[in-house]
Write a protein of this length. Structure first.
Lengths: 195, 195
C-alpha cells in the first residue's frame, strides 16, 4: 500500500466518507501545501490533550468550567438537557437559547445496555436543586430512546417543583406536507399552536 | 476558536466536506483513540515526501519508475492516455486494462490558459515512437475539454501509424433511459453496437 492508499484508508474510517471520497481526498491533499498538512496533523495529535469535559455541564471544553457555564450573562435559571456535547454546539448556533446546558452523555437504551445510571442524571437533579433552576428544557432527540429519556426525566423532575418542558416536534421549516412522515405529521397535529 | 472548531475548519477546507460534516468529523475524532490520530497525522505530514511523479508515465508513485511502468507482465504495446494521476487508479480498479499508462497532467482548456504545451504531449509522442506502442487508447473525460484534447491527440498520433481509440461513451450500466441527459443518449445512439 502506498502513501496515498494509506491516507485514503484513514479517511475511509471516518463516518460518512466512503472509499471513493477517501481516495479523492487523499489525491486532493497531494496538491495542497505542506503547511496546511502540518497544521492539520498538529490539530489531530493535540485534539485529545486540548479538549476535556466541563466539570459542571459535561460538554466539551478547553477551559474548565466551559465558556457557557462561566459566562455571567447567561440566563442561569434555565437549563437545557441534551444527549451529546455536540448538541450544545448545534443549539448555540441557532442563537435562540441563552440559558445553561446539561449533557446527559447518551439516552436510556435498554437494548444497548444503557440505563439511567450510566447517564449524568444524578448530577442533573443536584444542579436543579443547588443552582436555583426554574425551568428544565429537555432537548433529547425526537426518537424512541430520546422520548423515553425525556419522559423519565420529566417524571423525576416533577418532584422537584421546576417547570419541565420539551422542544416542539413537528414539520421542519421549509418542509413539505407531502414529504412528511406519518409520525411527524401526527405530532405536528398534536402540538398545533393557535394564532 | 477551540481545538474542535480548528480541526473542523481544516476538514471544511477539503473538497466535498461542508461545515456540518466537518464539525461531525471533529466530534467523531474526539472519541477515537490517540493511536489512530497519530497515524493519521503522520500520513498527512509525510505524504509529499513519499509520493513523487513517475518519470515515465507521470503518475503518482513511491518508487520511480512506478509499479506499472516497471511491471514486465503488463501489455507493453498498449498505452492508455489519461488526464490525471488518479485516473490511473480508477482504471486499475476496473481490472479491465493490462497495458501501460500516460498521464497528460490536464486537458486543453484555452479559457483556463492551458494549451498543448502545458501538457505531457511531447513525451507521449516520444514514448509511442521509442516503446513500440501499437495502440493508444485515449481515456480523457467525456467533457468538452476532454473531447477536444482527444481529437487533438488523435490528429497528432495518426501521423505515427499507431491505432488510436477512444473509450466508449454512452449510458452507464444500471442507468435508466429516463434519467439520461440528451447528449449522453445521442452518443449512445451514435456509438451503438450490433449483437
Amino acid at each position: 500500500m502506498n502513501a496515498i492508499d494509506e491516507l485514503a484508508e484513514s479517511f475511509s474510517r471516518l463516518p460518512g466518507i466512503g472509499k471513493k471520497s477517501a481516495t479523492r481526498l487523499a489525491h486532493h491533499l497531494l496538491k495542497v501545501n505542506q503547511n496546511f498538512l502540518e497544521q492539520f496533523a498538529k490539530e489531530l495529535i493535540t485534539l485529545h490533550d486540548r479538549i476535556h469535559f466541563c466539570s459542571i455541564c459535561g460538554s466539551y471544553t478547553e477551559a474548565d468550567p466551559c465558556p457557557i457555564c462561566s459566562n455571567p450573562l447567561r440566563e442561569r435559571e434555565l437549563l437545557c438537557v441534551v444527549e451529546q456535547p455536540q448538541d450544545v454546539e448545534t443549539i448555540e448556533c441557532s442563537k435562540e437559547y441563552k440559558g445553561l446546558f446539561h449533557v446527559l452523555g447518551g439516552v436510556i437504551a435498554p437494548l444497548d445496555g444503557v440505563g439511567p445510571d450510566q447517564l449524568s442524571i444524578g448530577k442533573l437533579i443536584e444542579r436543579v436543586h443547588k443552582e436555583g433552576i426554574t425551568e428544565v428544557i429537555i432537548a433529547t432527540n425526537p426518537t424512541i430512546e430520546g422520548d423515553t429519556t425525556a419522559l423519565y426525566l420529566q417524571r423525576l423532575l416533577s418532584q422537584t417543583g421546576v417547570t419541565v418542558s420539551r422542544l416542539a416536534s413537528g414539520l421542519p421549516v421549509g418542509g413539505d406536507l407531502e414529504y412528511a412522515d406519518k409520525l411527524t405529521l401526527a405530532r405536528s397535529f398534536r402540538g398545533r399552536t393557535t394564532f
